[in-house]
Ligand binder design. Structure first.
Ligand SMILES: [Zn+2]
Ligand SMILES: [Zn+2]
Length: 277
């Protein structure tokens, strides 16, 4: 409990800065699976998303915390119907935030208005640790932020479990997006339960057959249970979205206004020819 208090007592922004420093440095010194050019330029444009988010979060996190505390004070949600030990309730709550995010993420792929915002994350043609920051702030605040309030309203999860969820979420995000070579045995061991980099790389493919799969952030079991789990041959790797391929469409300014532009989705129908072997 004391350890948990100590970790949660750290300003979340420092945790994010620490994680990007660790993963970005590892990417520079180790053998990366994919070679990208202009890494600092890429980092700069992705970092600008985080700067905007930190500014907006000053207001929005307060709103989120206030809403969830209000729901908890009124004992709203299914977890109030049963008495559970602290750690079990914490684990279940983290899983509930994650499963809600899974369904919302699926929604962002099928609802055209939400895809306009979510495609900013998918637009990155050079996926690395900084891709973690490349989310349109409207998506994180309105879609996923409201999703956390919805989770609390349905299940009675609290602010503490949300903080633990975010801590794990960011660690997993950096782990999944980093351009690092990981041992393959991860996939057949902890990868049966948790999201591994090889799983999330499938989700970032230009081929929509693969883009519309592996939606989970922490627990890959959601994809396995709900039939959206896919694997692919590593040599077919091509990140991004065809309609965002040009360099001028990879800048912060273009991406931040892109949800309001009519950009037609160019789908590669690889369904038949690219089935996993
Ligand atoms: Zn997605
Ligand atoms: Zn991603």
């Amino acid at each position: 409990m004391e350890f948990l208090d100590m970790i949660l007592g750290i300003d979340p922004n420092f945790i994010v800065i620490g994680l990007i420093a660790i993963f970005f440095s590892l990417e520079q010194v180790s053998q990366s699976p994919v070679n990208f050019k202009k890494r600092i330029h890429h980092l700069f444009h992705n970092l600008l998303f985080q700067v905007i988010l930190v500014g907006l979060n000053v207001f929005f996190v307060t709103f989120q915390v206030f809403s969830i505390e209000w729901l908890n004070e009124h004992h709203i949600g299914l977890l109030y119907l049963i008495e559970l030990p602290f750690w079990i309730k914490l684990f279940i709550s983290v899983a509930l935030y994650d499963i809600t995010a899974y369904w919302i993420h699926r929604g962002t792929h099928v609802i055209p208005l939400l895809w306009r915002f979510h495609r900013v994350h998918h637009s990155d043609t050079s996926m690395d640790a900084s891709t973690v920051f490349r989310f349109h702030p409207f998506e994180l605040i309105l879609v996923f932020g409201m999703g956390n309030i919805l989770t609390a309203a349905l299940f009675g999860t609290d602010v503490l479990s949300m903080a633990v969820y975010y801590l794990f979420l960011y660690v997993f995000f950096f782990f999944e997006h980093a351009n690092l070579t990981y041992p393959k045995w991860l996939n057949s061991s902890i990868g049966l339960i948790f999201v591994m980099p090889d799983h999330h790389r499938v989700h970032h493919q230009q081929d929509q057959y693969y883009t519309d799969s592996n939606y989970a952030d922490i627990f890959i079991v959601w994809d396995r249970v709900f039939g959206t789990f896919k694997i692919m041959p590593a040599q077919k790797n091509k990140y991004g979205l065809t309609e965002f391929d040009e360099d001028k469409k990879q800048t912060f300014l273009f991406l931040i206004k892109s949800p309001f532009l009519n950009i037609k989705r160019i789908t590669i129908d690889g369904k038949k020819k690219n089935k996993p072997e």
